[in-house]
Ligand binder design. Sequence first.
Ligand SMILES: [Zn+2]
Length: 207
Amino acid sequence: MIPIKLHWERRVDGFEKDPDRPDELRARSERTDPMIREITDLEDPLVLRLMNCRTDGDFIKFVNRFGSPLRFDDTVLSLSLIRGMADGLRTQALATIGKHLSPHERAHFINEAISNVSLRPAYVYSEETGRGRLILEADTLHTFMMMEHLAAHEAGAVATSCEHCDKLFLTGPLTGRRSHAKFCSDRCRVAAMRARNAAKEADHVSA
Ligand SMILES: [Zn+2]
């Protein structure tokens, strides 16, 4: 796959809820910080982070850390728009879980998802390697996330939900996780083990 890059900006002082308009987030200041991302692996893709946002607080944390999905210079964001984006992605991920889609069906799903994606080719010279390389620049954070989604499909990674915290995570190639992983992280694996042991202990005491 040709490297996919994103040059984006995020609000240094973040967003906050507008007390008069519950659906709106307002930037606390005009100050922005540049950020560059590249899809290198699928261990912690932003698209999964967005899918796993549930509360308004989760969405605020997401945009504060990674920027606004569609325009980096947005000063006002619609919570319902971002929520709709996350719901759409999650529904799509869940629709493919546990289903044995034919390669044609899978391709159809993916093409629906990336129908609005726009990428710009660029040829960049690297001092480090002394060579130029072709990259594709995503025009928005949303595009970048859709390309992560595509990269996951291409690699054969599969979305699964964590048996402990219910968050979606990817398993298989490029994800750093075995394809039968049941937990999103070591933290959840350990927490689930503790909970099992505590339950056993309680049984033991009550017996
Ligand atoms: Zn988990």
